[in-house]
Design a protein around this ligand. Structure first.
Ligand code: C5P
Length: 413
């Protein structure tokens, strides 16, 4: 099941388009921003209008597009002041090389650069998504301008690497609209874990029986990936160790290590744990694995009785991390089918960790929503508090805020 999140509800975004073929992607970006709850005011330079019409952008944003600083619709004729005063952020996507040069110089000879210059910088951040040919991007003049923009407080989103409209391949593509949306959503999240190193396990493990079969479980990895995204959004440096799942790495996650078995997960986690401040064990690790791995497929032909095989216990990754001489702050997960509180408490003690998050596995496997029961040595409480369910990312963000409180971390911008 999928829930519709409105991560940008109540946010007002001024979206500026400048001349570049990536303008066609900005139509999709507006749609995504509006779907995420934002109100969007589009501003287009003359160059942008050569690639896409204001009619398209008006239809998608639901507001007339600003194309000139002499727009008589504004009662005081000061669109550049009025619109930037209402905005929570200005996003320039695509930002051409020429427009970045204008910004770096503080020029104001057309409406969009004028608006960037006139915006109240302390409460209306400027985010810039470059889009240009790779030679233009790597040119020292452009790089100088980028450095200048960063020094002046702008946030640069991307660019991406890949095939370009001209047929060349390299850096300079505008980020995909979905990536820009995620980056913007992340930008607005409080940086409660700024500078923290967070290690997260996610998904199931797969314990091979023979080259074609194995033992696994129903974990989709969605909860763990939501944790990774929420931690990255909160400013943490995230390492994600993932079992076999079909999920894209959340933006901002600096390192993803893919593993299959519990033993591989253990071997990836232990060295990383010694360099982490927080360890969140979301993975549904198989408790046992076949004692021996058949070298070839176990065949059915001619066998009257089903084959049997011995199981051996897997290492307990969470307990091993918690037993390190200087362990990170450990958070465990308990996926149960009944008696959640009782089982969670027992695990908290058995694994010697400060916090465990209980959830009912069958009710949440594969879904986008969940209900959590947080249990520490003295207390227990639900997320959401009323016992309903909420989107996994929303819950993960609340958990990050809880961790920041427990670790007494200062909030930084
Ligand atoms: O013992 P159980 O699997 O129910 O405990 C769940 C918690 O322990 C989860 O946080 C899970 O990621 C972690 N775990 C682990 N290594 C195992 C088994 C579980 O890290 N072998």
């Amino acid at each position: 099941m999928s829930t519709q999140r409105t991560d940008l509800l109540g946010r007002h975004i001024v979206l500026g388009l400048t001349g570049g073929i990536a303008c066609y992607k900005s139509a999709e970006l507006v749609r995504l921003l509006v779907k995420a709850g934002a109100s969007v005011q589009v501003v287009m330079t003359e160059g942008a209008q050569a690639f896409i019409t204001p009619v398209t952008m008006q239809a998608l944003s639901g507001h007339p597009v600003v194309t000139s600083q002499w727009d008589a619709r504004e009662p005081n004729n000061m669109a550049h002041i009025n619109l930037s005063r209402e905005a929570d952020a200005m996003v320039i996507a695509p930002a051409s090389a020429d427009f970045m040069a204008l910004l770096a110089q503080g020029r104001a000879d057309e409406v969009l650069s004028l608006m960037c210059l006139a915006r109240p910088r302390e409460r209306c951040p400027l985010l810039v998504a470059p889009a240009m040919n790779r030679e233009m991007w790597s040119h020292p003049a452009t790089q100088r301008n980028v450095d200048q923009l960063i020094q002046d407080g702008a946030v640069i989103l991307g660019p991406d690497n890949g095939e370009q409209a001209c047929g060349e391949v390299g850096d300079g593509r505008m980020l995909e609209p979905a990536d820009l949306l995620d980056d913007l959503i992340a930008f607005f999240q409080p940086k409660v874990l700024q500078g923290q190193r967070v290690l997260i396990t996610a998904g199931p493990t797969f314990e091979a029986i023979d080259p074609v079969r194995g033992i696994t479980n129903h974990s989709s990895g969605k909860m763990g990936f939501a944790m990774a995204r929420a931690a990255a959004e909160a400013g943490a440096e995230v390492t994600l160790v993932a079992g076999p799942v079909h999920l894209d790495t959340p933006r901002g996650v600096v390192r993803r290590i893919n593993v299959q078995s519990a033993q591989q997960m253990h071997d990836a986690v232990l060295p990383a744990a010694t360099e982490s401040d927080i360890f969140i064990a979301t993975a549904a690790v198989a408790d046992w694995r076949p004692a021996t791995l058949a070298q070839h497929k176990i065949k059915k032909e001619g066998k009257k009785v089903a084959p049997s095989f011995e199981l051996t216990e897997n290492p307990d990754i969470l307990a091993a991390v918690a037993a390190l001489p200087q362990p990170p702050y450990c958070v465990g997960f308990a996926a149960e089918s009944e008696n959640l509180l009782e089982h969670a408490r027992a695990k908290l003690r058995r694994k010697r960790i400060p916090l465990i998050v209980g959830n009912l596995g069958p009710a949440t496997f594969g879904r986008d929503d969940n209900a959590l029961l947080l249990v520490d040595s003295t207390d227990q409480w639900q997320l959401p508090p009323d016992g309903s369910t909420a989107d996994k990312l929303v819950l993960a963000r609340q958990l990050m805020a809880e961790l920041a409180r427990r670790l007494n971390l200062p909030e930084s911008d």
